[in-house]
Design a protein around this ligand. Structure first.
Ligand code: TC6
Length: 719
């Protein structure tokens, strides 16, 4: 039952308990309950103090985000919190578990705050495209000063109870029962003056150079935010707190919130919040993996200690898994022996651990993996080599060992075929650097068992990853969609654009790096190798612009042939100070190279508008997303969006490619694809997906309804 209950302890302490599992969010019923409880407290002369707590050891996870989608009803938060603060009986918040967003704002309206040592506190509204608009942006700086409030509110980071104590957000921290302590505390402060405890009446202590502090904060959020509105609005609200009386500050807070609340960004970020939670549950087939039994992995092996393998070893060890790290090449093994412990120590430090929880042993032979419960192969993208390893593992490992490959796009089923038990083979596609990047694609082959998938998904979660189950096809979800995106970028160069122009358009959209800067960073030879395997490259002769019946740009192959592999060679689409250099500078050589190329192929360069760059790159990518949904390679649009936000730098405040298509309007995306396909009939990736056509024909349902639409569509097409 969602509500807030009222009871009186020992005749004098009123206890208000928030009850709305799992996080006691401030839904309409809870707000109504608190408002009623305040009235009862006021009327009861026996009650001399009040304690507010949350059921099941969780104070409050904030406003009920699900309610944001509908019209607001019930008592609003701001007057409710004011009524608490204005009470003439001391009000104490007993913070157990968490006090986030509106939950912490509620606590800031109380006169005192007692926290359990394990509690987490924060104002994460900015991550949902909002600001702490229940007075939080005005009360917090009055409590802890402007610089600390700027940090907490613009980043939305969660802090520990001990940090909250240091900052002065809470009055006491306990390892014991926080509720019991809050009740005793409430009794002890009866009769003490409440004026100084009302944060709204305090002045805001700002540094003397307040303007420059705020300007600096603004510059920082512009740079970090890549076009996000909420952090900028947060600085605006804090400026009001620092420079205006409380009532005017509250007015500014309200105005800024109204602008944000109705922005597409807030909707996108709230969608991203729920998507992250949805994707953990479904397989592309539509079955739930989280009902399957999983194996608890205590000991695992990683085969291949290149960049990816080393990162995976560290990620496993930080999750408390003991690892056998195997590398057959002596030089690579020696490098790993030196680098892995350093990486591990740094990772442990970031997590506040003295010693890393998992133990690592190094080996040069596969025979040492016989005792592990799960293996992750991370060698070169070479099918023959991987198959040899899988067939050897099938004989070395004990029966029941889950065998995973970190391939970024090869056929999992071909690997499974090389073993005796294909049900135990799944893909675990990590993203570089594997101990840092949050995304994990868990690839379900046609014969992978739900148990093997579930084991990989749960292990991913233990490693702190956002795990998404995807189907088995070339490139899986992320890299399959990247192909048409990169292809368009190359075609744009042929037609007259420069790498800078394309990158600036994409960075202006919110990507941390455009496609060419990214390609220089990861190395142009990565894609070259894949194109060679696919039989697409031509050498020696004058390269053609058609391959396998489709338009093809040989530009990146020619760059590789000339040794321009990106940052590692100091030259790529940009030039760098030297091999390994990081600062990209425009390179006249590239300009010259492109001009010569165009002249040789009779291509007349034209001025290409930013709009066309974005539409062609992004809609080609999204179109492939529709094909993926249609093929059942991803369970729903949320899965694709989470992959793009966590693995490919898609700006979170734009929700993800599929959400973005919905916001632009599916009919408009379709119209644009038709337009570009008409101008480029030899580019199959611009041919609108039939799922996109069917969605438009069905009236463009919102993205949240696509999953249902697709499953009905599938049933219909099977009839
Ligand atoms: C208006 C004035 C200004 C105020 C604004 C705000 O307060 S904005 C809010 C500011 N607050 C925040 O930004 C906090 C957002 N929440 C979190 O960061 C995390 O949920 C957590 C750290 C509270 C718990 O992590 P955990 O790993 O233990 O658990 P989990 O993450 O898996 O969630 C479990 C279930 O609870 C659900 N749910 C959670 N919170 C809310 C909510 N507020 N509402 C509704 N639902 C919520 C979640 O969807 C999931 O549902 P499912 O899938 O089972 O149907």
């Amino acid at each position: 039952m969602k509500m807030a209950t009222y009871s009186v302890l020992s005749g004098s302490v009123a206890l208000i308990t928030l009850q709305n599992p799992p996080v006691n969010a401030l839904s309409e019923a809870v707000r109504t309950g608190i408002t009623d409880a305040v009235q009862r407290t006021l009327k009861d002369p026996q009650v001399t103090s009040v304690v507010i707590c949350g059921q099941n050891g969780r104070f409050c996870g904030g406003a009920d985000i699900r309610e944001f989608a509908g019209p607001m009803s019930g008592p609003p938060l701001v007057p409710m919190i004011h009524a608490l603060e204005a009470m003439e009986k001391p009000v104490v918040a007993a913070i157990e578990g968490l006090a986030l967003g509106g939950g912490l704002e509620l606590a800031l309206g109380c006169h005192y705050r007692i926290a359990h040592s394990q509690a987490l506190l924060g104002l994460p509204e900015v991550t949902l495209g909002l600001l702490p608009a229940a007075g939080g942006s005005q009360r917090l700086p009055r409590l802890i000063g402007l610089p600390a409030a700027l940090d907490l509110i613009t980043t939305g980071r969660h802090i520990s109870a001990s940090e909250a104590l240091k900052l002065g957000i809470v009055d006491q921290v306990t390892d014991d029962n926080a509720l019991k302590m809050a009740v005793e505390f409430a009794r002890s402060v009866v009769g003490q003056p409440l004026g100084p405890r009302r944060l709204s009446t305090r002045p805001c202590h700002s540094p003397p150079d307040v303007d420059s502090v705020l300007d600096q904060a603004l510059a920082q959020v512009w740079q970090r935010g890549r076009g996000a509105l909420a952090p900028v609005a947060c600085v605006g609200a804090l400026r009001a707190a620092a420079t205006l009386p409380y009532a005017q500050g509250m007015e500014k807070e309200r105005e800024l919130m109204a602008t944000l609340f109705n922005s597409g960004q807030a909707r996108a970020l709230q969608y991203a919040f729920f998507s992250q939670r949805v994707v953990g549950k479904w397989q592309p087939s539509g079955a739930r993996w989280d009902n399957s039994t999983t194996r608890t992995i205590r000991k695992a092996a990683v085969i291949g200690l290149g960049t990816m393998g080393r990162g995976i070893v560290v990620a496993l060890a930080l999750a408390g898994v003991s690892v056998v790290a195997v590398e057959s090449q002596e030089k690579q093994l020696a490098a790993a022996r030196q680098m892995v412990p350093e990486m591990l120590q740094r990772g442990a430090g970031r997590r506040g651990l003295d010693t890393p929880p998992g133990v690592i042993s190094f080996s040069s032979g596969l025979e040492d993996v016989s005792e592990v419960e799960l293996v992750i192969e991370a060698v070169f993208e070479d099918m023959a080599l991987k198959r040899r390893i899988f067939s050897r593992l099938a004989t070395v490992c004990r029966p029941g060992t889950v065998l995973c490959s970190n391939t970024s796009g090869l056929d999992i089923d071909q690997l499974a075929e090389a073993t005796q038990n294909p049900a135990l083979v799944v893909g675990m596609h990590f993203f570089a650097p594997a101990h840092v990047m949050k995304l994990l694609e868990v690839v379900c082959g046609p014969r992978s068992s739900p148990e093997a998938v579930a084991t990989a998904m749960v292990l991913g979660k233990r490693m702190g990853k956002v795990s998404v189950a995807v189907g088995n096809c070339p490139g899986f979800v992320g890299n399959r969609m990247l192909k048409p995106y990169m292809e368009q970028a190359n075609f744009l160069l042929e037609e007259g654009a420069t790498p800078q122009q394309v990158d600036e358009a994409l960075e202006g959209f919110g990507f941390p790096m455009g496609v060419f800067r990214m390609s220089d960073l990861s190395g142009l030879d990565v894609g070259w190798r894949v194109r060679k395997e696919a039989g697409l490259t031509e050498q020696g002769v004058e390269p053609t612009r058609m391959r396998q019946g489709q338009r093809y740009s040989p530009l990146p192959d020619q760059m590789c042939e000339g040794g321009r592999l990106g940052q590692k060679t100091g030259r790529g689409w940009y030039r760098y100070d030297g091999p390994g250099g990081r600062v990209a500078r425009s390179d006249p050589w590239v300009q010259n190279f492109l001009e010569t190329y165009r002249a040789r192929h009779g291509l007349v360069p034209r001025r290409i508008a930013t709009e066309e760059i974005l539409e062609r790159c992004l809609y080609a990518l999204t179109n492939e997303g529709f094909n993926i949904l249609q093929d059942g390679v991803a369970a729903g649009p949320e899965d694709i969006d989470v992959i793009y936000v966590f693995g490919y730098g898609w700006p979170r405040h734009r929700g993800g490619p599929m959400f973005h298509a919905g916001q632009v309007g599916l009919a408009r995306v379709l119209e644009k694809l038709e337009h570009y396909q008409h101008s480029h009939p030899d580019v199959p990736h611009l041919k609108p997906s039939s799922l996109l056509r069917r969605l438009v024909a069905a009236g463009s349902p919102p993205v949240q309804k696509w999953r249902e639409f697709i499953s009905k569509d599938r049933v219909h097409s099977q009839l």
